[in-house]
Design a protein around this ligand. Structure first.
Ligand code: ADP
Ligand code: MG
Length: 430
């Protein structure tokens, strides 16, 4: 099959109703249709799902999609079912299915109806499923959120480590890895662990020109600062991230008594409360969600106007992911972070019981966070440099969209900055 001459626009229109590909989608899909290992690095919202959904719908057999979250899989399956008359075109295979449901899934795969089979990594390991899949026509395996493979990523899942081994046993099919994490370390880890150093790699720019980056000193006045900021943006949607569940509840309450329509969200609430608060935010029954990092993955609210970090995240990847939830619609998106060095020390302390290797990684990631927080440089340039991308701070898109560029620090202050960073280095070398 000569996929270069294959019409991709017809299927794009037919299945998804779109007339244009977004970014590198067309190149990625062409690579997958050639049965080549493919590695896709695109920021969140870049359109990664379509990169495997479209070729899955076009190819013979069933594509296996590995994804870490059941909620993410369900959303995608519902969306795909909406474009077909066959309910069986997409399925999720997981432990919540009963025997007859599993049989239905198997039947649909065997008869060739099922184009997309979503599985959690822990299900794929099950011999019962693996032995069945071994006998079927599998078109390719897509591994979404592939950074979960790497301890250098912001969301390490040990089950992801075994994927290569299991996929090999199923069939010698092409592998598609997809991630929104752009650091070299994570990319290397993904390619190595999935055994696909030969993969065609497609990397999109990580610049988000509409996001405004600001870091402010964290003082005793932080609650007032946050309230003031929110009141300056009445009726707008925003997220306030805190490190601990306790802090989440505290801040949510403080906002509420100050007349701000806020709800708390963290993994300590039961599923019903979490779903309720998430829906309130999505349906605009509240303006602000105060949350731990448990809130966010897979939440696609396009008009979040600000993301406030009450506590600085433990890595720049996390910072980028979390701030990235602002301004998905390309409208205003303010990313305001409150920073005090003692929060870094707190994060260091949390790691104290972890294995040494993990501590070293955690420490290195934190040093990058300190560098970012304390820099007097263009923040977009700093952040993109961290992701291996050179940013033109004069002509680049969004070049003046940060505090340092809008209000350059005076020489003397900037010099203080240097001393602070050296202080940090001295401290950590002790
Ligand atoms: P990612 O997984 O990279 O975060 P998604 O796959 O969730 O991104 O896609 C983000 C949004 O972009 C979705 O709303 C999707 O419908 C939309 N999208 C994807 N491809 C296109 C396209 N070619 N044209 C228009 N919209 C698209
Ligand atoms: Mg995605």
């Amino acid at each position: 099959m000569n996929s270069d001459s294959l019409d991709l626009y017809g299927p794009l229109k037919k299945f998804f109703g779109f007339s244009q590909f977004k970014g590198l989608q067309e190149q990625v899909i062409t690579s997958i249709l050639k049965n080549e290992n493919t590695f896709v690095i695109m920021p969140t919202g870049g359109g990664k799902s379509l990169c495997y959904q479209l070729p899955a719908l076009m190819k013979e057999g069933t594509a296996i999609v590995v994804s870490p979250l059941i909620a993410l899989m369900k959303n995608q399956v519902d969306a795909i079912r909406g474009i077909s008359e066959h309910h069986g075109i997409a399925h999720v295979l997981n432990s919540s299915l009963n025997k007859s449901e599993v049989n239905q899934v198997k039947e649909d795969i065997a008869s060739g109806i099922t184009k997309l089979l979503y599985v959690a990594p822990e299900s794929l390991i099950k011999e019962e499923y693996a032995s069945f899949l071994r006998t079927q026509k599998i078109s390719f395996v897509a591994i979404d959120e592939a950074h979960c493979i790497s301890e250098w990523g912001h969301d390490f899942r040990p089950e992801y480590r075994n994927l290569r081994h299991i996929i090999k046993q199923i069939d010698n099919v092409p592998i598609i890895g997809l991630t929104a994490t752009a650091t070299e370390k994570v990319q290397e880890d993904i390619l190595k662990t999935l055994g696909m150093s030969d993969a065609n790699t497609f990397k999109a720019s990580f610049n988000r020109p509409n996001l405004f980056y600001e870091v402010r000193p964290k003082t005793n006045e932080i609650e007032k600062d946050i309230i003031r900021f929110i009141k300056q943006h009445p009726g707008k949607s925003g997220i306030v991230y805190c490190l601990s569940r306790k802090k989440v509840e505290e801040i949510a309450q403080v906002l509420q008594v100050n007349g701000i329509n806020a709800v708390p969200y963290h993994a300590g609430f039961d599923a019903k409360t979490r779903a309720k608060h998430q829906d309130m935010f999505l349906m605009e029954d509240c303006d602000v969600v105060v949350a731990t990092i448990a809130f966010g993955m897979g939440i696609d609210k396009p008009d979040v106007r600000y993301v406030i970090h009450h506590d600085i995240p433990k890595s720049l990847e996390s910072y980028y992911q979390e701030t990235g939830r602002a301004g998905r619609d390309d409208g205003e998106g303010i990313c305001l972070t409150f920073y005090a060095y003692k929060d870094i020390e707190k994060l260091e302390k949390f790691m104290a019981n972890k294995p040494v290797a993990e501590q070293e990684i955690g420490h290195a990631l934190l040093q990058e966070v300190v560098g970012y927080a304390e820099t007097s440089m263009n923040r977009r340039k700093y952040l993109l440099h961290y992701f291996g991308e050179e940013f033109d701070e004069i002509n680049g898109l969004g070049a003046d969209m940060d505090d340092n560029t809008r209000n350059p620090k005076k020489k003397s202050e900037a010099k203080d900055d240097v001393v602070t960073i050296l202080d940090v280095v001295a401290k950590t070398n002790q």
